[in-house]
Write a new protein. Structure first.
Ligand SMILES: [Zn+2]
Length: 124
């Protein structure tokens, strides 16, 4: 940050978590990054940023999903052992939690990745 810069010019990072939650475009800040709950848009419909080409390396998405699933399965087993909840309660609870955290995790991961790639592409 250099002195004399006006606050409107240093848009910078709006915070990765909020960017992931609202799916903000790294260039224009519009909510255009995601076309599906956990699927990136091909390009920003507001500024035309080529999101698809920034997503290179998205092949790790499978690994992230598997790690998340592994953590959740271990947590589910531990809770099952500890509380012994009825089966239907486990299914409802863990089903919702799995869907929620996989979507949330993927959004965060993809947003971090796209923002990282976008910054790299801005380097001279
Ligand atoms: Zn944009």
């Amino acid at each position: 940050m250099t002195p004399g810069e006006s606050p409107t010019e240093q848009k910078g990072q709006p915070g990765l978590v909020s960017a992931a939650l609202s799916g903000l475009c790294p260039r224009c800040g519009e909510k255009t990054l995601f076309a599906a709950p956990a699927g990136l848009a091909e390009e920003c419909s507001a500024c035309g940023l080529d999101v698809l080409s920034l997503e290179r390396g998205g092949r790790f998405v499978g690994v992230v999903t598997m790690l998340l699933a592994l953590v959740l399965i271990c947590a589910a087993l531990a809770v099952d052992e500890w509380l012994r909840p009825p089966l239907w309660a486990s299914l409802v609870f863990w089903g919702a939690l799995t869907v929620g955290s996989v979507i949330g995790g993927l959004r965060l991961y993809k947003t971090m990745w796209v923002y990282h790639q976008y910054e790299e592409s801005q380097q001279p």
